[in-house]
Design a protein around this ligand. Sequence first.
Ligand code: FAD
Length: 456
Amino acid sequence: MAAEAADVIVIGAGLAGLNAALNLEAAGLSVIVLEAADYVGGRTRTFDFPIGSINAGGQTIGPYYARLRDLVTKLAVPLIPAPRGLAMGNYVNGSLMSSADWPTSKANKTVGAERKVQPQALEFFYMSRGNNPLPDPESWSDATQAHYDIPLLAYLRSKGASDEAIRLIDVTVNAPDLSSASALAYLRDIKWLEWGMAQPDPNSQTTYGAGAGYHEIAGGTQRLPEAMARALKQEVRKKQLVRSIDVTDRGAEVTTHDGVRYQGKYVVSAVPFSALRYVDIRPNLAGQQLAAVQQSTHGNAIRVFMEFTAPFWEGDIGEPGLFSDTSIERVFANADEAGKPFALNCWLNGNGASRLDQLPPEAMSEFVVEELARIRPSTRGRVKVLKVHSWAKHSASGCCRHVYNAGQVIAWSEVMAKSHGRLHFAGEQTRSIESGMEAAATTGERAAYEIIERES
Ligand SMILES: Cc1cc2nc3c(=O)[nH]c(=O)nc-3n(C[C@H](O)[C@H](O)[C@H](O)COP(=O)(O)OP(=O)(O)OC[C@H]3O[C@@H](n4cnc5c(N)ncnc54)[C@H](O)[C@@H]3O)c2cc1C
């Protein structure tokens, strides 16, 4: 079969790939976007349940998300204010308590100034403001900060965090574990988030912040990538799982798992390294860049979406969400625009998520409901699972996010996004200072301009 051709073949229809494609088309280049899944948006997937739409991935748009805000304006995608995080109670050391009772609870084994900080917010307490040594997010890759490219655990200890605070931070941290993740990359993320935050919100629904100036996309985040795909001249080719990329001096050929070929003058890989490592690249990458693609760490996240039949929280601690030090980690309440809870979602990340991922979805559902009923008896018989979504198991992206381990910022940050002949790289893992969805959009724009400059 003859190969289809375009100036640029973009692999991956997440925010990075779609933004690369929009920028390339705006510069007059023809583009074909290939996507493994049967939907566009990658890690900004929204599930539309009868009780309402719930985001499984990217959700909160910070005040400083310049590219995302530009895209929503241009594409007339409506935004709504992000609901302030609904209050979360705590289940720690065997005791269930409201957030108000936490500072004085006997179950609160944290020490000194930590005692007043909600378990959810300890991460920010030790890595933001005066506890964040970076003068600005840009300095993360500066040689002068290299001594922070150490395990988060060592960093937290150096700041005086108690063992109990460290144990609780391990629940919220968006990395497999504290002993391997780099403090430097984490400090960069928190420094960047601080820009948009007057005060860290102790009850923030996500690590991306909440409250004044934060927004979400009306009807679910996925509506944005869908609008981006509609704005492209050529329809995104879905169910096109790429198997190989052959790069020559004059162009590149991309082949899917079932043998369909696409040719371009250039290729943009906008897939996470957790997926790219299964694509044959010929000639192969080399040195530290190859090591980064093959060996970099990716944190998982599992979301267990649940509906409830009664406002169970009115019968116990009064707060629908729950932070816990158990295997189910955190249970958030999803609220409608009026702030009324309509669903729950259990959110596991890091090694806790990978551990539960070893259970089949039905066993995981049963476990989450039973464990929630054990630690919070008012939920017994009132909660039902709608869906289990593991980003590692149930998506072609294969992860929640890329994580630098200690030592890898210095070794890899400069080489990860370097073009390989006519193959260019985009995607959240190739970001510089931005985080999350803004990072993805920024890297797509950067990769597009690398090509546009070569063509001009
Ligand atoms: C649970 C969770 C919560 C989050 N919350 C927030 C938040 O509140 N705010 C925020 O800013 N960010 C948040 N993020 C992060 C944000 O969603 C991501 O950083 C961003 O969407 C990544 O976009 P991307 O284009 O780089 O990658 P992806 O969205 O992963 O896109 C890559 C695409 O490539 C496709 N693909 C993979 N392999 C192949 C292949 N071989 N062939 C063809 N296609 C392939 C995938 O199917 C996917 O569509 C969250 C993420 C998660 C998982």
